[in-house]
Design a protein around this ligand. Structure first.
Ligand code: ARG
Length: 460
């Protein structure tokens, strides 16, 4: 029999039960549900809404249920719809009448809002720690390749010389922002909806500040309708995870490119690559491809929940039961992708020789050539045009800029002197890019140190 069967003359149709029940997925919230109920029961007892004996019996009963769930001894039933009513029904079956008093001054609407909020809050540090582990791997690899010259790209065309460390640290900065974005989400969501009731608060003399503090919130939410209505914290998490996956997916794309024969900048460890069922030579970057592919899922989770919430009148609507699966899916996806991606990067072999060879073709020191002339007194725009002419000439003769003779260079400008060959050396071009945030070794070292401090300050 349903907990709410009082006003009904008929049983629910079996198909409705199937549609309505959420226990198959919201059982994941059992711990938060019981924690919330423990705090609620204590507060009801303290405020004299229920007797101290009932409060104690409820708390003891709930603790027993929690133990039994964790020990795998509890079977939930779709007859009780969701985790909230499953726990309540179990409690009443175990402790009798006192169990029936637990739901005083509470609704499933504020209960689910609380449970879900606590669940999201609890996952943030898990994902942050995984991001920090990824940061540590990036710093470790970057430390090794601070002077490894590689071509930096724009439009996937070789552009200017950078180091492999500088490239890795660009991602490190993105993931650091992902960390702080998640931390922001955690701060903003930390207000307690419990005590909002169904929508309109309650006539009982409850103490929302007590339950908020007991459950680790900064304060109770300030409006009871808002408390049960909004899922912005879940959307914020999904947005943050979508951005995180976008970063990871770009990185994945580069890993895929880098381990192609066309680049061969890296080789993946055998444990982080897969083979083909027909082509014996193949070693495929499936990890990176799956991370790139799963980014689509996480975007879908965000779009799904945004669409569920769009146009819902206040306050609670059952549509909102659809909030959980996309959030669980996005969290599971991210928590699966991050550690394996970090391990893949940690174990890869870097082919600095191939990076250096690639840097040698494509005129990535052309800007430096123009800068050389500019520093000798030519206006940059003129220097740019002169260098462009030299590049065209070199391209036609299949030469690099530094392979031209001084005479050939002086034919276009007499500002060229013997020192131009030093200025065109790729190692020097990179080393001289010492502007703040640039690829010069000292600058990249500063970035690495800063990032190590960032991770240490938060790490467990
Ligand atoms: N299982 C429901 C959910 O996930 C709990 C809240 C139900 N409230 C209600 N008034 N039917 O949203």
């Amino acid at each position: 029999m349903k907990l709410w069967s009082g006003r009904f003359a008929k049983d629910t149709d079996a198909l409705v039960n199937e549609l309505n029940a959420s226990i198959s997925f919201d059982q994941r919230l059992y711990r938060e549900d019981i924690q919330g109920s423990l705090a609620h029961a204590r507060m009801l007892g303290d405020c004299g809404v229920i007797s101290a004996e009932d409060a104690a019996a409820i708390r003891e009963g709930l603790q027993g249920i929690l133990r039994d769930i964790e020990a795998g001894k509890v079977e939930f039933t779709a007859d009780n719809e969701d985790i909230h009513m499953n726990v309540e029904a179990l409690l009443t079956a175990r402790i009798g009448d006192a169990g029936k008093r637990l739901h005083t001054a509470r609704s499933r609407n504020d209960q689910v809002a609380l449970d879900f909020r606590m669940y999201v809050r609890g996952q943030i540090p898990v994902i942050v720690e995984q991001l920090l582990e990824l940061e540590r791997v990036l710093c470790k690899q970057a430390r090794r390749y601070q002077s490894a010259v590689m071509p930096g790209y724009t439009h996937l065309q070789r552009a200017q010389p950078i180091s492999f460390a500088q490239h890795l640290m660009a991602y490190a900065q993105m993931f650091a922002r992902d960390v702080t974005r998640l931390e922001d989400c955690g701060k903003r969501l930390n207000q307690c909806p419990l005590g909002s009731g169904a929508l309109a608060g309650t006539t009982y003399p409850i103490d929302r500040f007590q339950t908020a503090a007991a459950l680790g919130f900064d304060a109770p939410m300030g409006n009871s309708l808002d408390g049960v209505s909004d899922r912005d914290y879940a959307l914020e998490l999904l947005s943050d995870l979508s951005i995180l996956m976008m970063h990871l997916s770009r990185f994945a794309e580069e890993v895929i490119l880098w381990c192609s024969w066309e680049f061969k900048f890296i080789e993946l460890d055998d444990a982080y690559a897969t083979g083909s069922s027909i082509m014996p030579q193949k070693k495929n970057p499936d990890v990176a491809e799956l991370v790139r592919g799963k980014t689509g899922r996480v975007y879908g989770d965000l779009m799904g929940l945004l669409t569920v919430m769009k146009g819902l009148p206040l306050a609670y609507n059952k549509d909102m039961q659809e909030d959980k699966e996309p959030v669980f899916d996005a969290i599971d996806t991210v928590e699966m992708c991050l550690p394996v991606f970090a391990r893949m990067l940690d174990t890869m072999t870097v082919r600095a020789d191939n990076m250096r060879a690639a840097a040698g073709r494509g005129f990535i020191n052309a800007t430096d050539c123009a800068d050389y002339l500019t520093k000798k007194g030519m206006a940059f725009r003129d220097a740019y045009t002169v260098t462009g002419r030299l590049v065209a000439e070199c391209a036609a003769r299949e030469k690099t800029l530094e392979e031209l003779t001084l005479a050939e260079l002086r034919a276009v400008s007499d500002l060229f002197g013997e020192d131009v060959f030093e200025a065109l050396k790729l190692e020097n071009c990179m080393a001289l890019r010492g502007s703040f945030g640039g690829p010069a070794v000292l600058e990249t070292a500063r970035q690495i140190e800063e990032m190590e401090r960032f991770a240490d300050a938060r790490g467990t």
